[in-house]
Design a protein around this ligand. Sequence first.
Ligand code: ADP
Ligand code: MG
Length: 365
Amino acid sequence: MMNQVKIGAFISERRKAKGWTQSQLAEKLEITDKAISKWETGRSMPDLSLFLPLCTLLDVTLNELFAGERIAEDKLKEKADEVLMDVITNWLGHDKWEFKESDTAPQNVLEVVNVSKLYETISSGHETENNSVLAVNDVSFQIPHGSFVGIMGASGSGKTTLLNLIATIDKPTNGTIRISGQDIADMPDAAAAEFRRSHLGFVFQEYNLLETLTIYENIALALTIKEVAKENIRPMIQGLSEKLNISAILDKFPYEVSGGQRQRCACARAIVLNPDIILADEPTGALDSHAARQLLDTLSMLCREYSATILMVTHDVMAASYCDRILFMEDGEIKASLNREHENKQNFFADILKKIEWIERRKMP
Ligand code: ADP
Ligand code: MG
């Protein structure tokens, strides 16, 4: 069993060894002093996203942090796997991964071929330095129908830019993007807007719902734009709402419901149009871990039961562990990828953590 008190004491000991106060460590991690004090007294655990920076700061390995103690070199492998599985099971609970069998090769919904995006910033005043940023650098990948693909990477690695290119919100400098076989890269603006409405679904962190409309009206609006017959709208929304567990809040306004409920409504609005692909940029970013898990369960359910295809940007390992495949971005490039074969979520989570650690280590001099 993972020992929160032991981990807390270990963090405290390592912090003191570095000669830092709680506030100094808090400052380095950009969090509050109170959080550090809570970890050190065993009252709470660091957020998953803080594990890697914490390891770097305290000069310990991920497994040592999980174990709450130094691990001798010769015991490393055995201890590491034991501790890691403990932690992961603690976080995600047990579950069985249902493998989707299919006898036909799935079609690619999305094809990204040698795509680059260069932002040219005009230098101000007398400066002549070149400020242009190659936000996406020669990226290629495909997404088959019905899959749930994650993009991970540090802040500034180009994830949002890549998603915006696919979303037809931005245009690539080079390369080709095809959605359901259609080339979207050099579509005129009006055609792109129409394409977006009829082929793409969005679940972003903010600006998902119109605040002046009820949840029901938000979903219905999407259907009206798609010219669905009026008498079909209510039954469609009611059926879907039950699946997404939002039936009780259909007549509320977005500001009257929780963040998690809003995001599930955004899912409903996206899937109701039967889009070719759903694009999600950090959809769990503003949610607590319980609401995040509910949203991720919802997204997986949409894949399984509605054959939705989802591309999700996230920096959260827990969120990524729900995906079938992860692409790792760094400096605008896809540097690695990871497929979930027959694995369950816990093993996949462990693999993702190891991959991130491997990428981090490779960057060190
Ligand atoms: P991420 O979503 O992974 O944090 P972004 O795609 O937002 O990364 O940014 C990738 C890089 O491109 C960053 O260096 C960022 O500063 C730059 N960038 C993003 N959008 C613009 C823009 N509109 N103009 C100029 N540079 C941009
Ligand atoms: Mg981003």
